[in-house]
Design a protein around this ligand. Sequence first.
Ligand SMILES: [Zn+2]
Length: 139
Amino acid sequence: MGYLLTEEKRKELVAAAVAAKAGAYCKYSQFRVGAALLTTDGEIITGANVENASYGLTICAERTAVFTAVTALPAKPRPFAAMAIAADVDPPVSPCGACRQVLAELGTAELEVIMVGADGTTVCRTLGELLPLSFSLSR
Ligand SMILES: [Zn+2]
């Protein structure tokens, strides 16, 4: 959608993802993940992973952020511009397949995904690179 991700906004998004790790509920894995989603009007919505004793019910940080953004900002423009994901490991983690598909529902192939490692190293890919030929009913 032509959103220009400035270096300042990129740093803000990465910092938001790192800070969002504090919200993780990960008593089983101890694996904290924070995600920060940037809307095309510059707003940042965050999320963290929320685990469950029934492991399959666990939700990733990325989907927490997307679902929060969708429900909190029903009238806001989509698709989203970028997402940063932070965890306490190196190299940085990339979004799981389920989260890639959820991002594809509301983002374009150009959506920038910034993966942030424990030491602050970032790896950037577009959603189209992470999930080519995503499932869609509108083709
Ligand atoms: Zn996921």
